[in-house]
Design a protein around this ligand. Structure first.
Ligand code: NDP
Length: 239
């Protein structure tokens, strides 16, 4: 049974990814930070449905805490599927953006990517099979007013993933980015109303977390072995 870690499994998209990977037969580590109770509830649900899952909690910006938590998981066995999904946004037009807003958003997305991915890489390489999938955003591709911090953090993940894909290709590990548009979760709820969605999205609706999870499920599967170094959009035709 493949072991999969989904960061931000307590959130809207992360929970759908956990459910999908569990349905596909993985043992899923459902990660959370502040909302560990949600990770526990999701694990209970997955177990009740016959799947296999364990909750795990740490702040991805805390390198020491992350490393300690991952060491405990790696002591059992390597993790072969990693979904870097934890992320925040904290929007402000650039002239009014505070340094903490800039740093915090980059800390969670970009430094969090390093803190989680780096310790898992060598054990994954030794198994000669792996999938590293990172969730970005349409904002990293098109830019978005008020999101210079978020677009910078997510855009850097595109470049990091392309480079990492080249390092790991010969070891059977694919590294890809999924860039969603507007997906129906708590994160997008306060940002886009129905009129904005109708204006911005050619399909005139928000995406569903399960639709993103289906794409992740495919990228994590055996069938996606020849896809690596890619940024794949899922956005209802926005670009
Ligand atoms: P949610 O706000 O529902 O979930 C965010 C997740 O990130 C939570 O599980 C949260 O954990 C976790 N997280 C936040 N900060 C930290 C931290 N310091 N350490 C560890 N975990 C942390 O968001 P979504 O599900 O909507 O978003 C998931 C991903 O998808 C994000 O990367 C987001 O940028 C991206 N995205 C979302 C879009 C959307 O429209 N919803 C569009 C494009 C991209 P906890 O709550 O336990 O603290």
């Amino acid at each position: 049974m493949k072991r999969a870690l989904v960061t931000g499994g307590s959130g809207g998209i992360g929970a759908a990814i956990c459910r999908r990977l569990a349905a596909d037969g993985c043992h899923v580590f459902v990660h959370a930070h502040r909302n560990l109770d949600q990770a526990h509830a999701l694990v209970d649900d997955i177990l009740a449905g016959g799947g296999s899952a364990t909750p795990v909690g740490f702040d991805v910006t805390d390198a020491a805490a992350t490393s300690a938590a991952l060491e405990a998981l790696l002591a059992e066995a390597p993790i072969q599927i990693l979904v870097n999904n934890a992320g925040i946004h904290d929007d402000a037009v650039f002239p009014g953006m505070r340094a903490e807003q800039w740093q915090r958003v980059i800390d969670v997305s970009l430094n969090g990517f390093f803190n989680v991915t780096q310790p898992l890489t060598m054990p994954m390489m030794r198994t000669r099979w792996g999938r590293i999938i990172t969730i970005s955003s349409v904002a990293a591709i098109t830019g978005n007013r008020g999101q210079t911090n978020y677009a910078a953090a997510k855009g850097a993940l595109h470049s990091a993933s392309r480079s990492l894909s080249q390092e790991l290709a010969s070891r059977g590990i694919t590294v890809n980015v999924v860039a969603p548009g507007i997906i129906d979760t708590l994160m997008s709820e306060g940002t886009f109303d129905a009129a904005a969605i109708a204006r911005l999205v050619p399909m005139k609706r928000a995406g569903r977390p399960a639709e993103v999870a289906d794409l992740i499920g495919f990228l994590a599967s055996e069938q996606a072995a020849y896809i690596s170094g890619q940024v794949i959009s899922i956005n209802g035709g926005m670009i």
